[in-house]
Design a protein around this ligand. Structure first.
Ligand code: SF4
Length: 407
């Protein structure tokens, strides 16, 4: 064996050892998830369909999913056994922050273990009573130059078309708007928003969000998208939606056929845990991508759900397989009632540092902290530069090896 081949083989062994722990984790995780899906989720789905006297066609119809949202503790307790104290706590929290889950998302839960990430994202917890934090840490109310509009940057803006969502995520950073009521913005407000965009020539990128804009019926959504598309200076349209995750039945062929008329159009969604990447959710993403719409994922770091380097790696690699590009990871904001999900920036950076080298660059999103008071996004990066001047730069590789580059 020549020397170069011997060194290459040694390095390949070293790299294999580097990934061994992750591979073992992945195998265990996928086996457990498969068990949950094959046994528990199927069983839950059957129970739910029996209870509501529904068939497969009903289950796959998003209108049915919405009509049968579970939003009362008494109904939930028909499926999940709740202790007396938990029942009382759910009722108490519901008075402050509304909750609801689709039958589909409920079917993914572990009915025995309330610390299972899917449960944690959907069901109330006592920590929501914590009074610290703010309801609007981003001061969105102060970046609202026209009805439904949020503007924080020179050439792009957000238009919020509804406050309704299929499920009220417990970590929602906009919970002051979401979950009070299901309110679609009035035609008048939406028209004023469109007028504002028309009159603001520098706006080239419009993000349609909410709540969840895909909660709107196709015709209403098309009216908004086509009006934005008709504005000559708008180059791209983006839609922010979590429905591929919480109610994938919404992603119908009819919806995708409508959307693809308005390219260039992008969709960003929010998967936070690999347990959300079910066959139904992946099919929903594929439908969108097959309509020529690039998809991105905007995960939020959430304690107890994804503050784990292997979970993030598994999620992002799974997303790529579904042709969804991990786009952002958001640092959680200090929103009242969600503070139990917070992690430190240091913890987030360690995970980001781990990802580099251990997975494809495509599976590494940008880690973003939204500055308070609507001051915009701040990218957070692990430290790779030790020192630099006009003559040299001293850096660290992904493995922490020191490299000195002399100019
Ligand atoms: S889907 Fe988005 S906006 Fe709606 S509750 Fe969940 S996180 Fe909030």
């Amino acid at each position: 064996m020549d020397e170069k081949r011997r060194i290459s083989l040694e390095r390949a062994d070293e790299l294999h050892r580097e990934i061994e722990d992750y591979l073992a984790f992945k195998e265990d995780f996928l086996r457990e998830t498969a068990e949950i899906r094959d046994v528990l989720s199927k069983k839950h789905k059957e129970e739910l369909m029996n209870y509501f006297d529904a068939d497969e066609n009903d289950w796959n119809d998003w209108h049915w999913q919405l009509r049968h949202r579970i939003s009362s503790v008494s109904l939930l307790s028909k499926f999940i056994k709740l202790s007396e104290s938990r029942y009382a706590m759910f009722e108490e929290v519901s008075k402050k922050f509304r909750w609801a889950t689709t039958p589909y998302y409920l079917s993914l839960m572990d009915y025995e273990d309330m610390t299972y990430p899917i449960n944690m994202m959907a069901l109330p917890s006592a920590e929501e009573n914590d009074e610290s934090g703010e309801l609007d840490p981003m001061s969105e109310e102060y970046t609202n130059p026209a009805p439904c509009i949020t503007r924080r940057y020179p050439n792009r803006l957000i238009i919020n078309v509804t406050s309704s969502c299929a499920m009220f995520c417990r970590h929602c950073q906009r919970r002051r708007r979401i979950g009070e009521c299901d309110r679609i913005e009035s035609e008048e407000n939406i028209e004023s928003a469109i007028k504002y965009i028309e009159n603001t020539k520098e706006i080239r990128d419009v993000l349609i969000t909410g709540g969840d804009p895909l909660m709107l019926p196709d015709e209403m959504l098309e009216k908004i998208i086509s009006s934005v598309r008709a504005i000559s200076h708008v180059e791209i349209i983006r839609i922010g939606t979590r429905l591929p995750v919480t109610m994938p039945q919404r992603i119908t062929d009819e919806l995708c056929d409508m959307l693809k008329k308005y390219h260039p159009l992008f969709i960003n969604t929010q998967f936070n845990h690999p347990g959300e990447l079910t066959d139904d959710a992946v099919r929903a993403c594929e439908r969108i991508v097959n309509a020529g719409i690039p998809m991105g994922n905007q995960m939020v770091f959430l304690k107890g759900i994804n503050n784990d380097k292997y979970i993030v790696q598994l999620l992002n690699e799974g997303l790529l397989k579904a042709r969804v590009r991990p786009y952002y990871i958001f640092h959680p904001k200090q929103v009242k009632g969600t503070r139990h999900f917070e992690i430190t920036v240091d913890e987030g950076l360690k995970i980001m540092k781990y990802l580099r080298g251990h997975t494809s660059g495509l599976a590494i999103p940008q880690y973003i902290l939204n500055a308070p008071h609507g001051l915009g996004k701040i990218p957070l990066l692990p430290k790779y530069i030790e020192e630099s001047d006009d003559e040299h730069v001293k850096l660290f590789t992904w493995e922490g090896k020191e490299v000195d580059i002399i100019y």
